[in-house]
Design a protein around this ligand. Structure first.
Ligand SMILES: [Zn+2]
Length: 323
């Protein structure tokens, strides 16, 4: 699963598009905030949303996401430790996270039924959902994770959201993790996802980087620094709420949590060298140090949830019961 880090940063060789309105509030009042990796970040003066503009076109992004894994890694080259990768190329870690997310989603929705995942990758989350009694469907343009048997069984289609065969008004829940920040046209996607939901259905967004996190304020977070053009949108609780309200969602609830990537990076980065995955996993999972880190993590999550300063946002919101 893990991509090799290599060489210099690759520039995006494809066409770009200027973003004329704020993706969150829809207004046209922004100023240049920063330039990162040669990409300009605009900040909306109305709602605080930060976004890449000009950004890669939708067509070039879809083409990039559908590249074979090694070319994809090269295309979106970033210089950080991918903990999902190094803790979790490992299946146990991915499964643990997916089970937690699904558990929270289920508690909020208070029923099971039909679930759709946007950006479902290899289908780890949907696999667990299916095992827990959900009827599943998913879409992912990525091809390197394709498994015909599994795709068939879990209802996964390898194409863009808009090309997929999906029935409007048929899903109890729509889930996406670490996806929304990559999307060039969030409004178009979210409105489409809303259409897929039944009335009263739940949209659950997980792993959305939070620009107001403590680690970004301290300047030690990787979310902003390394990510354009892989990440195009940089949400805060406020701008995320602004967008979802504007698009007609109700009962919006947003929590923030997490510093694991940054923390683990600080701990496991040794003089610019990355330690071996199995060593990190051993320390994190089986040693006393790991137990300490996990305990600290849980305590900090509690504080971050209250202050809204966690690294990532988790959002639940409902399509209103009657249209
Ligand atoms: Zn705005």
């Amino acid at each position: 699963m893990c991509g090799e880090q290599s060489g210099g940063r690759m520039t995006f060789p494809t066409e770009t598009v200027s973003v004329l309105r704020c993706p969150a509030c829809g207004r046209n009042n922004s100023r240049q905030w920063k330039t990162l990796n040669g990409w300009r970040l605009e900040k909306c003066t109305v709602c605080g949303m930060i976004y890449v503009s000009p950004r890669p076109s939708e067509a070039s992004l879809l083409a990039a996401y559908a590249l074979p894994r090694d070319e994809y890694d090269n295309f979106f080259h970033t210089e950080y430790l991918d903990t999902d990768c190094f803790l979790g190329g490992e299946r146990v870690w991915i499964a643990e996270k997916a089970r937690e997310q699904l558990g929270r989603l289920h508690r909020i929705l208070q029923r099971k039924g039909k679930i759709f995942e946007l950006g479902c990758g290899g289908g780890q989350f949907l696999e667990i959902a299916a095992a827990e009694g959900w009827e599943t469907a998913g879409v992912d343009p990525g091809d390197w994770v394709r498994s015909s048997e599994k795709d068939e069984r879990l209802g996964i289609q390898r194409c863009s959201l808009f090309e997929a065969r999906l029935e409007a008004g048929s899903f109890d829940a729509v889930f996406m993790a670490s996806v929304l920040e990559h999307i060039a046209e969030p409004e178009r996607y979210v409105v489409y996802l809303q259409r897929l939901l039944k009335n009263g259905g739940l949209l659950f967004i997980s792993g959305l980087p939070n620009v107001q996190s403590l680690t970004i304020l301290l300047g030690i977070d990787r979310w902003i620094g390394g990510h354009p053009p892989l990440h195009l949108l940089f949400f805060s609780r406020r701008s995320a709420r602004t967008m979802l309200e504007r698009l007609g969602f109700a009962d919006i609830s947003i929590r923030s949590y997490g510093i694991p990537e940054t923390l683990l990076e600080l701990i496991f980065r040794r003089a610019g060298e990355r330690v071996r995955n199995d060593y990190v996993q051993h320390v994190y999972r089986r040693s006393l140090v790991g137990a300490g880190i996990r305990a600290l993590r849980h305590a900090l999550y509690g504080v971050f949830d209250i202050t809204g300063m966690g690294s990532v946002l988790e959002i639940s919101c409902f399509k209103p019961p009657v249209e």
